[in-house]
Design a protein around this ligand. Structure first.
Ligand SMILES: [Zn+2]
Length: 287
């Protein structure tokens, strides 16, 4: 059966949920390393080992600097290192110069901590929009070989919606690897992200992935594998408005967290899961 299994691309947007949620609510000391990324990373690595799957970790520069020892752990397990930018700011809110600077900051952190130069990129929250699609040319000029920022999800405004559901070479000279989306007529059902897995029955999700196009992409976040409930753990100085905002984020993220491992196991029984770099090598003829 395995010879005829369809293949999906497995990835992690490697970021520290505590840094991001604390920054979002404006908490003091938000940039300090969060208390949970280490156990989340270990849970992810253990699950991937159990499944015999390697993934691409799109690493956020500021998370890597806060947790330098985790980079080695990921590399030693044979996973690919990609780039998720440095500060997790939407691309469409940046100028081309700011975007280049963010890319370079992330890359130099990643090179320093892993000894590897990432050739794959994923924008924070899929934020390369139609009005900021100049970013593809910058990525190509900066030496990136592929991008995985196009997600044809109705939740993303002004998104760049690829005509093709499969990987393709863009005019900028960069390969694009779209996220898995099930197209039903004019409808779009996002099936590639663990944040959607919490609301879809598994059989429907598996059917959707089967119809999402060859080499479609899956993405997880470390917090979705946390064995413990997420708690923003705001400092005592936080206001009640900040606490309410953080609570909302906790509830949203904890919903996805509960189902992700079970759903990924079901996906792995049905599909071959490989990292992006391996798919790129196959397509680019360098395998
Ligand atoms: Zn992200």
């Amino acid at each position: 059966m395995s010879a005829t299994r369809s293949t999906l691309l497995l990835s992690v947007d490697f970021e520290d949920w505590h840094q991001l949620v604390r920054r979002r609510v404006g908490a003091a000391g938000w940039e300090n390393p969060g208390p949970a990324l280490e156990r989340q990373t270990d849970a992810l690595l253990a699950l991937f080992d159990e499944l015999g799957a390697r993934a691409t970790f799109f690493v956020l520069g500021m998370a890597a600097r806060a947790h330098p020892h985790l980079m080695d752990r990921i590399v030693r397990r044979g996973h690919e290192i990609g780039c998720h930018g440095d500060a997790h700011l939407p691309v469409h809110t940046q100028t081309p110069g700011e975007f280049s600077a963010d890319l370079r900051a992330a890359r130099s952190t990643i090179e320093e901590l892993t000894g590897q130069t990432p050739v794959g990129y994923r924008a924070p929250a899929f934020s390369i929009t139609q009005s900021s699609n100049w970013a593809f040319e910058i990525l190509a000029n900066e030496g990136f070989a592929y991008d995985s920022s196009q997600h044809d999800s109705p939740a993303l405004r002004d998104r760049v919606a690829p005509n093709e559901t499969s990987p393709h070479l863009m005019d900028a000279g960069l390969w694009e690897f779209p996220i898995a989306v099930w197209r039903i007529g004019q409808g779009r059902l996002p099936v590639g992200g663990a944040s959607y897995w919490q609301i879809l029955p598994t059989p429907i999700l598996l059917t959707g992935l089967q119809n999402a196009g060859s080499l479609a992409g899956l993405y997880l976040h470390p917090n979705e594998l946390d064995p413990q409930p997420l708690d923003a753990g705001l400092p005592p100085t936080a206001s009640s408005a900040q606490r309410a905002h953080a609570k909302l984020r906790e509830v949203q993220r904890n919903g996805a967290r509960r189902r992700a491992p079970r759903v990924l196991r079901a996906i792995a029984r049905r599909f071959e899961l490989i990292p992006y770099g391996e798919a790129h090598a196959r397509l680019d003829g360098s395998a």
